[in-house]
Design a protein around this ligand. Structure first.
Ligand SMILES: [Zn+2]
Ligand SMILES: [Zn+2]
Length: 156
């Protein structure tokens, strides 16, 4: 798997993928044309920081496609009355097996950038709501500041 980081555009929120091959990368958002720069190109190779914002608070999760997972369970549930509910158990097991096979991704608490195809560091644990809450407060403060700044600029 190719190492890449997927972040969202600061301006319009669209998803942008940047390669993580150790070279400084720059790209423009396909949606609004704003420039996006990889702040810390080799961050997850040697250090353990977010490649976009440099934040050290990261968590690890499976690269799980929720729609596929739910789809399997729905099929199992629909077939359940005809299979004496065996299909429901099979679907649940299939979901679990799929989950174990999925690659792990490292996600940034601060900017929610997703790092794919990079080694998972042992110091990054699973998602923690307490840490996320702390960053949520920070994030809303930052968004407020951006909004105020935009309002001040447009009223001038
Ligand atoms: Zn954009
Ligand atoms: Zn980040």
């Amino acid at each position: 798997m190719k190492a890449e980081v997927v972040c969202s555009c600061d301006t319009c929120g669209d998803g942008i993928a940047l390669p993580l091959d150790g070279t400084p990368a720059e790209t423009t958002c396909g949606c609004c044309g704003d420039g996006v720069r990889l702040g810390f190109p080799d961050a997850l190779g040697r250090r353990t920081r977010c490649a976009i914002c440099g934040c050290p608070a990261l968590y690890v999760q499976r690269d799980f496609n929720r729609a596929v997972g739910i789809g399997i369970v729905v099929v199992g549930a629909v077939l359940a009355p005809f299979t004496h509910y065996v299909s429901l158990g099979v679907a649940t097991l299939a979901d679990l097996a799929l989950y174990q096979l999925l690659p792990r991704i490292t996600v940034c608490y601060a900017c929610e950038a997703i790092h794919r195809g990079v080694p998972v560091h042992s110091e990054h644990g699973a998602f923690d709501h307490h840490i996320e809450d702390r960053f949520k407060v920070e994030k809303s403060k930052r968004q407020m500041a951006i909004q105020n700044w935009r309002r001040a600029r447009s009223s001038r």
